[in-house]
Design a binder for this molecule. Structure first.
Ligand SMILES: Nc1ncnc2c1ncn2[C@@H]1O[C@H](COP(=O)(O)OP(=O)(O)OP(=O)(O)O)[C@@H](O)[C@H]1O
Ligand SMILES: [Mg+2]
Length: 296
């Protein structure tokens, strides 16, 4: 991926760079908050954690994200919904710069996490990915013991103290509601766990390095309803400590677990509201059509 500017023809006439671009982003957010009516949009009254300004993303010639602007509040769950191919995973992958790994991918615009520009050339991407953890659709434990799966991240950060690692493993497994089920088999292979347990292990692995943001891309779609329920409960518990962004195709799930919901269509952010309002009184006809099952 490169963050190089677009060809002249595609570039907005005055695309500010670096600090000035961030200043503009900050000013635009502050202005939106200032202008909002008190009961108009709760998201605008919250402290933002993930701020996206004029984000465009291209895979080669194909534009997959169209000028996205959104501010996701700190220590809340934000759900991304929308039909297949609308850009939910692409947007999520921008937040820990996973799209860097895709050759033809080009990003224009600003993203701040916790107030820091994540495209700042001085930023350490490994540090960013520690701070912005990711859980995928299919649980992907390492072929190692349960203990070693969790200890892996802290170890590569240079933490080799056995007692400290043991403490981190227990805390992380407790936070992901898995401790009681695995405390007597910590040195068994993680691959012997059920799918739902493996997904909670992946959440424990992500939280072991103390991220501020947790990204989850359809974390329950490979799970049975009971495991899904456990992960949903877990998300609600975890938001005391983390900002969570979840992609889901399941609208009941979005309405059960999220505080805010963003509806996307063909790479555009159509509507971003508190979840109750978005599902009960969507302002855009396309959102209404989607949530009432008229398309998608
Ligand atoms: N690595 C890639 N290279 C080229 N195009 C891609 C790549 N990844 C995604 N796309 C395209 O970008 C668009 C958005 O894809 P994305 O995976 O973000 O959608 P999504 O909303 O997550 O869909 P789904 O619900 O099916 O997971 C699609 O048109 C997709 O084909
Ligand atoms: Mg996807």
């Amino acid at each position: 991926m490169s963050t190089s500017p677009l060809p002249e023809t595609e570039r907005p006439s005055a695309e500010p760079a670096g600090a000035s671009r961030l200043e503009e982003a900050r000013a635009a957010n502050a202005k939106r908050r200032e202008m909002a009516q008190p009961d108009e949009d709760p998201a605008l009254k919250e402290e933002p954690m993930v701020e996206v300004e004029n984000l465009k993303l291209f895979y080669g010639q194909k534009q997959a994200l169209m000028d996205i602007n959104i501010a996701m509040p700190r220590k809340r769950v934000t759900a991304l919904i929308g039909p297949s191919g609308c850009g939910k995973s692409t947007l999520l992958r921008c937040f820990n710069r996973m799209n860097d790994l895709i050759d033809a991918c080009r990003v224009v615009g600003a993203i701040k996490i916790g107030g820091r520009d994540i495209h700042d050339p001085r930023l350490d991407v490994t540090e960013l990915r520690k701070n912005v953890g990711m859980v995928f659709q299919k649980p992907n434990p390492f072929p190692k013991s349960i203990f070693e799966n969790i200890a892996y991240g802290p170890r590569i950060q240079g933490n080799n103290d056995k007692a400290k690692l043991t403490e981190i493993v227990e805390t992380s497994l407790r936070r992901s509601a898995l401790w009681d089920e695995v405390k007597d088999r910590l040195h068994d292979s993680a691959l012997g766990l059920s799918g739902g347990q493996q997904q909670r292990l992946c959440i424990a692995r992500a939280v072991a390095v103390e991220p501020e943001v947790l990204l989850m891309d359809e974390p329950c779609s490979a799970l049975d309803p009971i495991s899904t329920g456990r992960i949903e409960d877990l998300m609600v518990d975890l938001k005391d400590r983390y900002t969570i962004v979840i992609v889901t195709h399941n609208m009941q799930q979005a309405s059960r677990v999220s505080d805010y919901t963003a509806f996307m269509l063909l790479g555009e952010l159509i509507e971003f509201r508190d979840t109750t309002t978005l599902f009960s009184r969507p302002t855009d006809k396309r959102t209404e059509d989607y949530i009432t099952g008229r398309f998608g």
